[in-house]
Ligand binder design. Structure first.
Ligand code: IPE
Ligand code: IPE
Ligand code: MG
Length: 241
């Protein structure tokens, strides 16, 4: 089997609200229960030497949710960092916030910055928390930086190409996403890492995020490997095409 293990996995963690509703609980209870699923995904990816895992935790569209839910999600990002830092260190994880800084309270930004500083010399999994993140916004922000460079005469129109623009994304060193997983059954991208998804394999599971564990993730990666190996064999075994 020549299919390579995915270097970069993206996950749209969906279905927390439905998980709670099915149990007659408030939506935030679903988010709370999603924390263990986050940690399990991080452990599995760290163990399997995946280079990067990007988790969609809060979209720029999610500000439209009820105030109480928004507040819970924003504070939860801080609480997870606080509570789990020791384990992140033990796993050798490098943490990074991906998204816009505007609208996020200074205290939360300070936690993201601290997590980045404390873990930046680790050698394991790059764990990206997409928070206040939108895929179109990221491309717009890159275009703005490019326009500023052009204005200063550092780049001409003819020199603008994919590599140049990609170099101005929020985390320019990240590889493209090989495998995008979405839980809770919706066949939607929801403005997640649009640039990095250009050539990704997309896999959707009906399992709701709080129920998504090791078995589910490992199962989906195995399926990914099978599908990639099959696609490769169509070209006589050459993986690039
Ligand atoms: C995903 O679960 C978590 C976030 C988007 C923050 P949802 O809250 O979207 O859950 P559903 O889609 O309502 O079930
Ligand atoms: C996508 O889920 C965003 C996150 C997982 C943070 P949503 O539930 O917000 O997206 P839609 O409503 O299905 O587009
Ligand atoms: Mg949802």
């Amino acid at each position: 089997m020549s299919g390579a293990y995915p270097s970069h996995i993206g996950i749209i963690m969906d279905g927390n609200g439905r998980w709670a509703k099915m149990r007659g609980l408030p939506r935030i209870e679903g988010h709370r229960r999603g924390e263990e699923a986050i940690m399990e995904a991080v452990r599995v990816c760290a163990e399997h030497h995946v280079k990067a895992l990007s988790l969609f935790a809060f979209s720029t569209e999610n500000w439209e949710r009820p105030e109480e839910e928004v507040r819970f999600l924003v504070n939860m990002s801080r609480d997870v960092l606080r509570k789990r830092m020791e384990e992140f260190m033990r796993l050798g994880v490098r943490l990074r916030h991906i998204g816009r800084r505007d609208r996020l309270p200074p205290e939360i930004l300070a936690w993201f910055d601290m997590a980045y500083e404390v873990t930046r010399h680790n050698r394991g999994l790059n764990l990206n928390i997409n928070f206040n993140y939108g895929g179109r916004g990221e491309i717009v922000d890159a275009a703005r930086k490019l326009a500023a460079e052009a204005r200063m005469g550092r780049v001409s129109c003819a020199e603008i190409d994919e590599a140049r623009l990609a170099g101005l994304l929020y985390a320019p060193d990240l590889p493209d996403i090989d495998l995008l997983i979405r839980t809770a059954g919706e066949m939607r991208i929801s403005n997640f890492m649009l640039w990095r998804l250009a050539r990704s394999r997309i896999m959707v599971t009906p399992v709701l995020w709080p129920d998504f564990g090791r078995t589910e993730l490992e199962g989906m990666v195995s399926e990914y490997l099978r599908a990639e190996a099959l696609a490769d064999s169509d070209y006589g075994g050459s993986p690039e095409g």
